[in-house]
Design a protein around this ligand. Sequence first.
Ligand code: ZN
Ligand code: ZN
Length: 350
Amino acid sequence: MTGAYLPGNSTVVLKEVAVPAPGHGEVLLRMKASTICGSDIRCIYHEHLGKGPEGYQGVIAGHEPCGQIVKVGPGCRRFGEGDRVIVYHISGCGVCNDCRRGYMISCTSAQYRRAYGWQRDGGMAEFLLAEEKDLIALPPELSYADGAQVACGFGTVYEGLEKVGISGNDAVLITGLGPVGLATAALCRKLGARQIIGIDVVKERMRLALDLKLCDEVLASGADNVAEVRALTGGQGVERAVDCSANDAARATAIRATRKWGRIVFLGEGGRVEFNPSPDLIHDQKTIFGSWVTSTWLMEELVERLVAWKLHPADLVTHRFALDQVGEAYALMASGRCGKVAVCFDEEMN
Ligand SMILES: [Zn+2]
Ligand SMILES: [Zn+2]
């Protein structure tokens, strides 16, 4: 089979490798959709910058896989051949405290924690070997391209929004309108937010947020953003802010444009932020949350809600590529002039 590797110089290398055979508790998936994440670009594609959980170990790339089971190893307990599944993208040891909570993302076992596309083969190939315990059932109402975004993208957002709580009381500010920011807007709509304001620098992304009716207002990133957000919210600021940019200035905007008693959650990874704790946070009784990916149980809950809400994450996919054009797919994602970029197979190509 063909698999895609990222040597770290802004190129992609395709190699022929053997189709793996599932061992105990493992399944073989025929890949159907594999989306590209901002972290693939930030930590692997240009240069191998990631350390620890973000250390790329020369495996087949792609940590947002979704496919169909074609072979089941011995000892599997739930899933069988033909099942459509989403893969939680970090395979944990299964027995540490974090794994037992469903947060394999923060598995504490240095020996057994391996993320798909980082430390074990990922979804940019015709087939993927996955552990049954990492799988979430994909209901028939959702496509594989929907499913590919449930773990890392929409799952990460859903987790963060559950932490701060979103309701019809809330005006929400989203800093950064890449795929995670757009997913935030889509979920905030369904959770009933009364006003959604987005900020970005890339024109294509600002356009997309308005065209898909995900944001009510979109602002170009700039020094006046706090005053602009206040002006749009009766002078008060927003009840909730979600940073999906990882940009220092945008994070400070998220904090300062949030009103008294408001909540801010940081989802964007890397970078720094500078703010003045007394006026910006303490005196206004605000809370900042950090949120890292999600858990398997919350992913299952999200899948159920996506069906109930008729929300299709694939609506954010602006470009689909076949595996042999995967180089173009990564280059486009690196340019930022796109929504979500997917490598697709079989029926998902249409
Ligand atoms: Zn990701
Ligand atoms: Zn663990």
